[in-house]
Design a protein around this ligand. Sequence first.
Ligand code: SF4
Length: 443
Amino acid sequence: MNYFSYLCSVNALKGKKAVYLTLGCKLNFAETSTIQQQMEAAGVETARNGEVADICIVNTCSVTEVADSKSRQAISKLHRKHPEAHIVVTGCYAQLHPEKLAALEGVDIVVGKEGLLNNVISLFRNNVITETETRKVQPFVPACARGERTRFFLKVQDGCDYFCTYCTIPFARGRSRNGSIASLVRQAEEAAEQGGKEIVLTGVNTGDFGKTTGERFIDLLQALDRVEGIQRYRISSIEPNLLTEDIIRFCSQSRAFMPHFHIPLQSGSDEVLRLMRRRYDTKFFAEKIDEVRKYIPDAFIGVDVIVGMRGETDEMFAQAYRFMQALPVSQYHVFSYSERPGTKALQIPGKVSPKQKHERSQHILSLSEKKLHTYYNIHKGQTRPVLLEHNRKGGPVHGFTDNYIRVEVSPLRGDLEGSIVQVRLGEWNEKGDALTGETVNSK
Ligand code: SF4
């Protein structure tokens, strides 16, 4: 934006108040944070609780039918609460179905994130929208958002070239692209200056980093590992075929990459994996988990699974369940397959009923509980570093160990919050959602 445009934008938006609503993944949260910073730089104040807003920015999600419906409900609710406000809708649902969202009462603009600020300015200055940018080729829009006080989410990659048959994300977010290593290191340094201790690397297909710049993901990890002040990194999720032995070995020896992986499996049946057009089979996946265990025996390994994919028979599910039962992982995150318009999966015969999906999902959930319980139990009595996160007034202080065990810590001095302390892990807490722990040797 040139200086004249900047002045005009400040005049057009100065003193206006905005609310921001984000649905979906951490990537969306990081991007909303960037939009908010841009709006604030253009003179827009963030409305406090109870204040009436002039602008509502809604960053939507479209990963399932439920996500679509939540996005629509959120927009209606905002319109009721701020009837005079201009509603600006962006995000995956906006990319996929701009016409559906534009038809909702109160919605003024449905727009891509890149064009958002200019469109808001035009709306206030001329009462016109410059153009709808949802269908354009999308550049990489950098984003780094603060989660809790010490944790940041750094977007390193966006978009996906994989086109799994059930997924609309490549249509919504476009082709795989990324920021440069130099720019991402700069953002990590800024996060450290703001008190960040932990950074979660986010992306749509994070391990596919490098499509824009020709750089390698492992080089990014090595460069980030050298950023002073950041004591912990976690990789939000990485496709098994992109989690190379080099990356695992590097994480096992690095200063700040935690022994924690999140790897999508999606199905433990080879036939279903083929229907999904995933880029590996169960043998490859099992070997990958063995590789992680070889270098980092106590790593936390979280695994995503989709149940009820079209074509998944009872027999295939039973086979998948047996495979998942035998895998030495720490937790399963279960999602029910959702029919998405425009996807190849809709051509696959053999729709699974909602009841069957529910039953299969319950099966995996209870398997996951057992896995998580076992994983926590084998760590009881160990002393591990815990990043102490927050203390709700009067409540216990929580934190995560390096290998992602949730701990409720005592006794504790208030000034240790936000720091990493050594904690001896004890029994389960009363709620059964964390281990208790005692600090040792904290000065
Ligand atoms: S890898 Fe597959 S599931 Fe993941 S975003 Fe890309 S297309 Fe979707």
